[in-house]
Ligand binder design. Structure first.
Ligand code: C5P
Length: 232
């Protein structure tokens, strides 16, 4: 599986997103569309970006009863996105239903990735709010294993967890990792960050990079720097 840099297009509108993508003349970076943009602009923005030739990670983090997730995934598979995701907390039955829903009649499907514990959930909140008393690390590994056993392709995780996931699942199980910053730049609100080169050394398969590219003075140069450091 080829390594790639996915740009998190966290923009509020279609206009702002397309204006940003227009800067990449001749290049077609892999794009992540999240909830803000999807719920603002709907299916049109996905179709438009796809028609422009970009690969799309549709980051909607589905989590519901298996039947509902299966039907929703069937709708997403018709959108022809390249990657989408669910919460592993929905259980193996929900993840298996997601795979079924996403698989097209010809047997093909977009990559399906699980969110384990959100990086915004601390050990303390997990124990007190969710009554999960195991170590956070152990929970992340267990959820990743559940995802693999349910037929998913990988998980979203910190680059710092990528090695452990590969070790406890399989080297082929994909790690999609946000929290990437250039060595000489601001961390913003990310806490545990790694450089693109560091993520490569730690074994990340895809890095998800937002503000270091979208807020850069020269986004195309920042994207190229990311690719150079991460892919080589
Ligand atoms: O701007 P920045 O590079 O921090 O963007 C990272 C992207 O990855 C954002 O879209 C953010 O929502 C997403 N993300 C994250 N941490 C996670 C899961 C997703 O930063 N654990």
């Amino acid at each position: 599986m080829g390594k790639d840099v996915i740009i998190a297009c966290d923009f509020p509108s279609k206009e702002a997103t397309l204006e940003f993508l227009d800067k990449f003349t001749g290049k077609k970076p892999y794009v992540k569309i999240g909830m803000e943009l999807f719920y603002s602009e709907g299916l049109d923005i996905v179709r438009e970006i796809k028609a422009r030739g970009h690969k799309i990670f549709l980051d909607l983090k589905l989590h519901d009863i298996p039947n509902t997730v299966e039907k929703a995934m069937a709708a997403l598979s018709r959108l022809d996105v390249d990657m989408c995701n669910v919460h592993a907390a929905g259980t193996k039955a929900m993840m298996e239903a997601a795979v079924r829903g996403l698989t097209r009649e010809d047997g093909t499907r977009p990559l399906l990735i699980a969110v384990t514990q959100l990086t915004s959930t601390s050990q303390e909140r997990m124990q007190e709010d969710l009554l999960i008393n195991e170590d956070l690390d152990k929970v992340v590994i267990k959820y990743a294993q559940n995802a693999m056993e349910s037929g998913l392709d990988g998980v979203v995780c910190s680059p710092l967890e990528a090695g452990k996931i590969h070790e406890n699942c399989s080297p082929e199980f994909l790690t999609i990792t946000p929290g990437v910053r250039f060595a000489d730049a601001a961390k913003d609100d990310q806490v545990r960050v790694t450089t693109p080169e560091g993520a490569k050394e730690l074994g990340s398969d895809y890095i998800v990079v937002g503000r270091p590219i979208t807020k850069a003075e020269d986004p195309v140069a920042a994207y190229e720097r990311c690719c150079k450091e991460f892919i080589g």
